[in-house]
Design a protein around this ligand. Structure first.
Ligand SMILES: NC(=O)c1ccc[n+]([C@@H]2O[C@H](COP(=O)([O-])OP(=O)(O)OC[C@H]3O[C@@H](n4cnc5c(N)ncnc54)[C@H](OP(=O)(O)O)[C@@H]3O)[C@@H](O)[C@H]2O)c1
Length: 338
């Protein structure tokens, strides 16, 4: 089995690479080579910028694949360019979409692949929906062999999860500094976080599977936790009790609209995923890494790299502004009440 990962050294694609190699697949990466040292032995590296079709055509040099997995498509134009590039040279094209495509606010907290796609808040999700529509429509017209994957909040080493920023040490730094971290609403909405190595088991299980063509899947953990629990577990792994400030998503939308869209359009809602479809197609699929273990691994990863345990100054400024506005609003409510 010959598989090409567009990306390959990213948060999701690194775990997928490890899994594909463990399954004896012949793995190729196509990326620009900016993350030296992250490519495991056994991978064939192709160099190119995916936004430059001429460069990619040259890098591919007449190769053919059983599966191409596109981790880097964010607009219908990206999908159209890929269809041009990969039609006829792959048996399967896997588009990494997002679970944020599912209707928000959710009609029901339990999501299946039949849940309608609609996100009136978040342009990222709207564009992923447009990608899926383009792929489905044009894919059927042209006989392009696509599969759609919708990851939900999926992390690996180096990620500290929150409803705001997850990709750096910023939230952990605030907890260790005794500063408040924000949870939307009352922090009791239920959320699903997935370790990338569990996601990889589902994704790699679908590669080269003809039954997966024309199908869409989410692949998530079966563990669901409130945001209060997620933040408390991060604190526990750091050895601190976090100070959690609860602020309604609508209020956050007023003060920090670019963060509000990710709450009203995703992480401010309860989401529990019914994974029976992926289990049907990949019978051995069983997520194994509980969050308590996954977050401990990520913090161990940081402890081995103390130079990365730094504040996120943008997040700090945003939280300071948000907390200041919220405290003023609470004080105003007190005066109005009187
Ligand atoms: N993690 C989540 O919670 C989550 C949830 C839903 C959906 N998703 C989706 O997952 C995908 C991200 O996957 P990921 O985390 O594995 O990737 P990533 O970390 O976002 O991307 C990094 C990878 O892409 C390569 N890359 C970046 N720009 C490139 C370019 N112009 N041309 C060629 N290669 C390029 C990088 O290598 P170089 O820098 O060397 O080029 C690296 O291999 C996205 O589509 C996202 O929407 C993620």
């Amino acid at each position: 089995m010959k598989v090409l990962f567009i990306g390959g050294t990213g948060n999701l694609s690194t775990a997928c690479t490890r899994r594909a190699l463990a399954k004896n697949m012949e793995v190729f990466h196509l990326n620009r080579g900016t993350r030296q040292g992250r490519t495991p032995p056994g991978v064939t590296e192709l160099r190119g910028d995916i936004r430059n079709p001429a460069e990619v055509g040259k890098a591919l040099g007449g190769l053919r694949f059983d599966s191409v997995v596109q981790f880097l498509a964010f607009s219908p134009e990206h999908i159209e360019a890929d269809m041009e590039m990969f039609q006829g040279i792959t048996g399967q094209y896997v588009f990494i979409s997002s679970a944020s495509v599912y209707k928000r606010p959710s009609l029901h907290p339990v999501i299946t692949e039949a849940t309608p796609l609609e996100n009136p808040y978040w342009d990222y999700a709207q564009l992923k929906i447009a990608c899926e529509e383009t792929l489905t429509r044009k894919g059927r017209e042209k006989g392009f062999p696509y599969t759609i994957i919708r990851p939900s909040h999926t992390y690996d080493d180096g990620w500290i999860l929150s409803q705001f920023v997850s990709v750096d040490f910023g939230v952990a730094w605030r907890m260790l500094s005794g500063l408040e971290v924000v949870a939307a609403g009352d922090g009791q909405s239920v959320w699903t976080v997935t370790h990338a190595s569990d996601f990889a088991k589902g994704l790699v299980g679908l590669l080269g599977n003809p039954a997966a063509l024309g199908e869409a899947f989410h692949i998530t953990s079966d563990e669901f936790l409130t945001w209060n629990a997620i933040l408390t577990m991060i604190g526990a792994a750091l050895g601190v009790k976090p100070k959690i400030a609860h602020i309604p998503s609508e209020f956050i939308m007023r003060v920090l609209p670019h963060r509000g869209v990710g709450l009203l359009g995703d992480k401010g809602h309860s989401c529990i995923f019914d994974n029976s479809k992926i289990r049907r197609f990949v019978p051995g699929f069983r997520p194994e890494i509980h969050f308590a273990e996954g977050i401990r691994r990520s913090i161990d990863w940081y402890n081995a790299r103390p130079e990365l345990k730094v504040p996120n100054q943008t997040l700090n400024a945003e939280f300071d502004k948000l907390l200041d506005c919220w405290n003023k609003a609470l004080a105003l409510a007190e005066t109005l009440k009187a």
